[in-house]
Ligand binder design. Structure first.
Ligand SMILES: [Fe+2]
Length: 239
C-alpha cells in the first residue's frame, strides 16, 4: 500500500520529534503493508517554516537512515498545505511540494482549518484549479462544519476536488461522529483515497489496513484496495 499523508519526517512539524521516533513509525508502516510513504509536513506559513527547498535534503537524509537501518520503506516528499493566502504565495514561488500529478493536474494535499470551512474557500480552490492544481482535501470527516452537515463538502467535489479520508476515522479511532461522517462520504462515493495522517506511534500510527478493511465492509474489497493502492499509485507515478 501507499500512504499519501504522513508526518513521519522528524523535527519539521507536530509529527515525529526525532530520528528514533521516525524509525519506529517507519517500522509500524512497513509491518502494516505500506511500501511507500509520501511525507507531508505541514506547509503552514507563520506556524511552520517548511517549504520544498528546505525539505528535500531532509527527506534524502531520512531515506539514507531508513536504508541503513534496513527498513524497506520508500519515501517521497509531499506537503499538507494550509488553506491561506500565504500558501498561495508559496505555490507561486514553486515552494510547495505536490503529491504527484494525474491527467495534467498537480495533486496538492489541502488542509482546511478544523473548526470550519472559511469564507472564500471556493474562490481559493477555483484559483488552484485554474493553475492546473487539483486539491486533495485532507480529512474532511474531522472538520467540524462537515461533521455537522456532511453534504457541505459536495460543492468542492463537484468543483473538481478530491477527498482524502483518514484510515483511523473509518476504523473509529477519532470518535463516533468522525466515523459516521467518513462512512457517509464513502457510501456517497465522494472519497478518492485513504491515508494514515500518522503523527505518532501511540495515538496516530501509520496504519491503514484497518481503515481499508472498514471501507471494504462498506463498499467492497476492490474499491477499498483502489483507495490505498491503485489511485495513490497513479498520483505518485504522475499518471
Ligand atoms: Fe496531516
Amino acid at each position: 500500500m501507499i500512504d499519501l499523508h504522513s508526518h513521519l519526517l522528524y523535527s519539521v512539524d507536530d509529527g515525529a520529534g526525532n530520528l528514533e521516533e521516525s524509525l519506529e513509525l517507519a517500522r509500524i508502516a512497513v509491518a502494516d503493508g505500506i511500501h511507500t510513504a509520501v511525507l507531508t509536513p505541514h506547509i503552514h506559513p507563520g506556524r511552520y517554516k517548511n517549504q520544498r527547498s528546505n525539505l528535500l535534503s531532509k527527506v534524502l537524509k531520512f531515506q539514507g537512515e531508513l536504508d541503513a537501518a534496513g527498513i524497506p520503506l520508500q519515501l517521497r516528499l509531499g506537503g499538507e498545505v494550509r488553506l491561506s493566502m500565504e500558501s498561495l504565495e508559496l505555490i507561486l514561488e514553486g515552494e510547495v511540494p505536490f503529491l504527484g500529478s494525474v491527467g495534467g493536474y498537480k495533486i496538492m494535499l489541502l488542509e482546511f482549518p478544523h473548526q470550519m470551512i472559511p469564507v472564500g474557500s471556493q474562490q481559493f480552490i477555483e484559483k488552484l484549479l485554474a493553475m492546473k492544481i487539483r486539491p486533495l482535501i485532507a480529512h474532511p470527516e474531522r472538520n467540524k462544519a462537515v461533521m455537522a452537515q456532511p453534504d457541505r463538502i459536495r460543492i468542492f467535489v463537484d468543483s473538481g476536488c478530491w477527498l482524502q479520508v483518514t484510515a483511523g476515522s473509518v476504523a473509529g479511532r477519532f470518535g463516533e461522529q468522525s466515523k459516521s461522517t467518513a462512512d457517509w462520504l464513502i457510501k456517497n462515493d465522494l472519497v478518492h483515497v485513504l491515508a494514515s495522517d500518522a503523527h505518532n506511534a501511540e495515538h496516530r500510527p501509520p496504519v491503514i489496513s484497518e481503515g481499508r478493511d472498514a471501507v471494504a465492509a462498506l463498499i467492497g474489497e476492490s474499491k477499498a484496495w483502489d483507495m490505498v493502492c491503485g489511485r495513490p499509485a497513479k498520483i505518485i507515478d504522475n499518471a
